[in-house]
Design a protein around this ligand. Structure first.
Ligand SMILES: NC(=O)c1ccc[n+]([C@@H]2O[C@H](COP(=O)([O-])OP(=O)(O)OC[C@H]3O[C@@H](n4cnc5c(N)ncnc54)[C@H](O)[C@@H]3O)[C@@H](O)[C@H]2O)c1
Length: 373
């Protein structure tokens, strides 16, 4: 790296940029947030003032074209991710992008190939891959703790939109209301689908899924009124992994429980691990394990090296988990970690699964992967 510190441009100054992304970058002394950009100029100015960022911008194209930035962080609404991420890669920047990069996995694959050709690193906002507990579990799995993986169960569920008056964002309110729109499967499913493949060590061979709309009318932020919104607010799918393991994944934003509501369980020939990233009574996550000769699950203490600087289980999950994600991306860019985990290629694999589950639901059948390219 030519410069002393990585210089980052953040696109989007909404809720998630403020809670997770900007604090994550600012926690690592190896980088600086040089500019923050939002099409609503006052939001960019407010973020710059709050986080002491030297510059606020309204035009993302100006930011992406700048020569003095190394990384572009895309934290804008989902429908804009693909255009912004591809433009940033084309301009030679490493890219952190919120999920999904694109709704069709083939577009995400093309973006991943663009990054590879240009020698750039990418990272998806797979927040829960980076919780200290999920990272620790992966280290245990790699050491052989579970043996041959048999079964993975994954959940991302909470009651964030149980109340129909909570304004919905990220929806196409002009869509045909006779057709169910994918919602929770994409927003909540992506990170837990990713953890399943990562822990089990294999992609999907086949899947069968169901999606459901439980709350028919909702307040929509873009229109400011109650509307019929035929979105999947809950879904379940079964998995046959390519290495023979089985899995089930359940996601929902109308199931009672607290944020973020992620639970991952793996059962193998030698051991089992349950990691629960559900903020309860001030604790961000817990992890337990059991062995064949000691079948009562016991809490594990997560070693300090899995926490970001100053992190503890009592910190808010929003900043704790994202600080680890950003620390990992900086390790990959500046410290030559020799890997690029959770990148656009992993994002494409996850999006392919989402597209396969959608197809399974709409066609009422098991769907084999890989899907036709
Ligand atoms: N990984 C996670 O755990 C997680 C959690 C929450 C949100 N998210 C994702 O983060 C993204 C942002 O979510 P949010 O809740 O902050 O949304 P938000 O609507 O609060 O903020 C998005 C901001 O982007 C701005 N924007 C829109 N187009 C832009 C452009 N072209 N250039 C610059 N700014 C632009 C908007 O004006 C808005 O201020 C979404 O994709 C969401 O799904 C991920």
């Amino acid at each position: 790296m030519a410069r002393e510190k990585l210089r980052v441009g953040v696109l989007g100054a909404g809720a998630w940029a403020m809670a997770a992304h900007i604090p994550g970058w600012q926690r690592d002394p190896r980088c600086e947030v040089a500019t923050v950009c939002d099409v609503v100029g006052d939001r960019a100015k407010e973020a710059a003032a709050r986080f002491d960022i030297p510059e606020a911008q309204r035009d993302w194209e100006v930011v992406v074209a700048r020569k003095d930035l190394d990384v572009i962080d895309v934290v804008t609404p989902s429908a804009t991710h693909h255009e912004l991420a591809v433009a940033a890669l084309t301009a030679g920047k490493h890219v952190l992008c919120e999920k999904p990069v694109a709704y069709d996995f083939r577009d995400t694959l093309a973006a991943s190939e663009l990054a590879r050709r240009k020698g750039l690193l990418t990272k998806l906002g797979f927040t829960f891959r980076y919780t200290p507990g999920v990272q620790y579990a992966k280290a245990l799995i790699d050491e052989g703790f579970v043996g041959q993986p048999f079964i993975f169960n994954g959940y991302e569920q909470n009651s964030q939109w149980l109340d129909p008056k909570t304004p919905l964002r990220q929806v196409d309110h002009t869509a045909d209301s006779s057709v169910l729109q994918t919602s929770s499967l994409e927003g909540y499913g992506a990170p837990i689908i990713d953890i399943g493949m990562w822990w089990v060590g294999a992609g999907y061979a086949s899947t069968a899924g169901a999606m459901r709309n439980f709350i028919p009318e909702r307040m929509v932020r873009a229109t400011g009124r109650m509307m019929r919104m035929n979105i999947d607010d809950a879904d379940i799918h079964l998995v046959e992994y390519a290495n023979g393991a089985l899995g089930s994944i359940q996601t929902s934003f109308v199931t009672i429980g607290n944020y973020p509501g992620v639970e991952a369980r793996i059962y193998g020939s030698k051991g089992a691990i349950i990691c629960r990233a559900v903020e309860e009574f001030g604790v961000a996550e817990t992890i337990k394990s059991a062995r064949p000769d000691d079948v009562e699950f016991k809490p594990l203490e997560i070693p300090a090296k899995f926490y970001p600087a100053g992190g503890s289980p009592r910190e808010s999950w929003r900043s704790l988990f994202y600080a680890n994600l950003i620390r990992d991306f900086i390790d990959e860019i500046v410290a030559g970690a020799g890997r690029n985990q959770g990148n656009f290629e992993d994002g494409a694999r996850v999006q392919e699964v989402i597209n396969a589950v959608e197809r399974s639901y709409h066609e009422r059948r098991w769907v084999d992967l890989p899907l036709p390219r």
